[in-house]
Design a protein around this ligand. Structure first.
Ligand code: FAD
Ligand code: NAG
Ligand code: NAG
Ligand code: NAG
Ligand code: NAG
Length: 501
């Protein structure tokens, strides 16, 4: 279905200016906002700055605060003069915001270099990809019966509904909460999917327990470091990402962030925001942001503020909410830590039952949910710039591998997985929410003109999810400022859009 949707959606993108006309950004009772702050320059914050500029026009000052590196969880590490993605790495072909960013920024797609995947259960390889697509299909069929087809149809149906968001956003519609957004795309079914375990949804669908254990669990482990008890919605996002049509950005995904900030003409402050407080003068409400730069502490006033970083305690954003009535409580839940270890060395293929590395045919190994296993996945990785003559290293040669694990690997674990190595680089991420089914979804509107982007990660954490949330918040901020209530939380949008066209 995606192929048919694409041309139509790019037409919608280019007609956006009708809705986002900057001349329309005057406040109905007065002036447009003069200053907007965005806290965080990951893909969420950078995309927010871009969309804010689109909707509010050239006059407004957009300040973006970043305490670390632009890109946030999109980052690279350098090994032997080449860069490798250490955080978010793959993008689905139907991730239309990411695609549009790459296009308007003049960036290039990085081609993928073929490589086979296998599933390891701690003792042996139990599932392997072959060269021959039909044989793989046949094997999946033989091993798991109808499960495989049912699953594919389920994921496709969810994707198809999810893609309605691009039409709604192109027509300028915004949502005041993640629940409202999901409801408009997939009704109560989508909201329910954020609350029930993936395994329950799949079993109900008729997917076999064996398929869940041997295929679904390994995909959840590599993508979210968690098991099949994670909510069905994020599970579906993750399974969509396990399909074939994937890409990445040449030079590194984080180039999208720096590119968007530049295009938005945003002022980037290398500073940690330490507190935010509401300041009332008569009817007017502004926010004071206190922040620390290398030159010392400062503060500034803003009309609109977007927080584009997780606010759960475990992420340690360091932002304090002062003088809010009622007091603003810290958000419940925590983030899951995932360690990305990039190793330059010789893989010990014996671990997987292949004493002779020359006979080891796999580029990546996923794992089943096995208690004593210390890693979630191991994969040979390609640099962010691939030259024409690039080929993957053979397993008997020294290569670059990425290992995901819940804890840092100790020396003996490294020495088990690698016969020997030249270098090891470790990135410990507060990677994505630690999903549970009872936490609910965090709010988008924290206070008038104060927005929170990362709640969407509790429905699903991915670059595109943050981009969708960024567009939504820019639209929401614009409509709230202009008191356009008919553009927020509207029901029956599919029907409305048809009649608008
Ligand atoms: C190992 C790993 C693999 C992943 N793989 C994929 C994948 O293949 N595909 C995919 O789509 N997604 C993937 N993801 C998820 C994806 O990377 C994230 O969902 C996305 O990058 C989140 O972007 P964000 O801008 O919302 O948040 P972040 O990238 O976390 O940005 C928040 C920014 O705010 C800054 N900040 C925080 N507090 C303050 C403060 N007080 N003052 C100033 N700045 C502050 C932080 O330094 C950070 O740069 C992966 C994530 C990880 C960790
Ligand atoms: C979602 O859950 C609610 C409450 O449990 C239920 O009433 C509704 O029918 C469910 N929706 C779907 C589509 O399953
Ligand atoms: C998944 O992990 C959670 C938290 O670690 C645990 O409570 C749950 O029992 C696990 N579920 C399965 C199916 O293993
Ligand atoms: C990598 O790719 C980016 C984007 O195309 C380009 O700007 C950069 O110069 C390239 N770097 C190398 C070393 O080729
Ligand atoms: C490689 O893995 C095998 C099997 O787990 C193990 O016996 C061996 O010690 C490991 N290390 C080397 C250097 O072969």
């Amino acid at each position: 279905m995606g192929r048919y949707l694409l041309p139509m959606i790019s037409v919608l993108f280019s007609t956006w200016s009708a809705v986002g006309d900057p001349a329309g950004s005057a406040h109905v009772d007065g002036a447009p906002p003069s200053k907007i702050a965005v806290v965080g320059a990951g893909i969420g914050g950078s995309a927010t700055a871009h969309f804010l500029r689109q909707h509010f026009g050239p006059e407004v000052q957009v300040d973006v605060f970043e305490k670390g590196e632009v890109g946030g969880r999109l980052a690279t590490v350098t090994v032997n003069h080449h860069d490798y993605e250490s955080g978010g790495s793959i993008i689905h072909s139907l991730n239309l915001h990411m695609q549009e960013f790459v296009k308007v920024l003049g960036l290039k797609y990085r081609r993928s270099v073929a490589g086979k995947t296998a599933v390891f259960n701690g003792e042996e390889v139990i599932l392997e990809e072959t060269d021959w697509y039909l044989l793989d299909l046949f094997r999946l069929w033989w091993r798991y019966g109808i499960s495989f087809i049912r699953l594919q149809m389920w994921v496709e149906e969810i994707m198809e509904k999810f893609m309605r968001i691009y039409k709604y956003q192109a027509h300028g519609y915004a949502f005041s909460s993640v629940e409202q957004l999901l409801e408009s795309l997939g009704g109560s079914g989508f909201i329910n999917m954020t609350r029930r375990p993936l395994s329950d949804s799949l079993l109900e669908l008729g997917v076999s327990q064996r398929f869940i254990d041997e295929v679904i669990a390994p995909v959840m482990r590599v993508n979210y470091g968690q098991n099949v008890s994670i909510p069905a919605f994020v599970g579906a996002v993750s399974l969509a990402g396990a399909q074939n049509n994937l890409w990445a950005v040449e030079g590194g995904n984080k180039l999208v962030c720096s590119g968007l900030l530049k295009m938005a003409n945003a002022n980037l402050h290398q500073a940690q925001v330490s507190s935010i407080s509401p300041i009332y003068s008569g009817e007017a409400l502004q926010y004071r942001l206190s922040f620390t730069t290398s030159a010392g502490p400062r503060s500034e006033m803003y009309d609109i503020v977007v927080l584009a970083t997780p606010l759960q305690a475990s992420v340690q954003s360091g932002v304090e909410f002062q003088d809010f009535t009622p007091p603003f409580d810290e958000l419940a839940g925590s983030y899951h830590s995932t360690v990305a270890t990039i190793v330059h060395g010789y893989l010990n293929t014996s671990v997987f039952g292949f004493p002779d590395p020359r006979l080891f045919p796999f580029a990546s190994i996923l794992t089943t949910d096995t208690p004593h296993l210390f890693f979630n996945s191991v994969a040979s990785v390609c640099p962010v710039n691939i030259s024409a003559g690039f080929r993957r290293k053979q397993p008997q040669e020294a290569g670059i591998y990425k290992v995901f694990s819940p804890q840092p690997l100790d020396k003996s674990q490294l020495k088990t997985l690698f016969r020997s190595y030249y270098s090891v680089q470790v990135t410990e991420w507060q990677a994505y929410p630690r999903y549970g089914s009872s936490l609910g979804l965090p709010p988008v509107e924290l206070h008038p003109n104060l927005y929170y982007l990362n709640g969407i990660e509790w429905a699903g954490s991915a670059m595109e999810m943050s981009s969708v949330a960024a567009k939504n918040i820019a639209l929401l901020a614009y409509h709230r400022w202009n008191r356009q209530t008919d553009m927020v939380d509207q029901s029956d949008l599919m029907h409305r859009i048809k009649t608008e066209l």
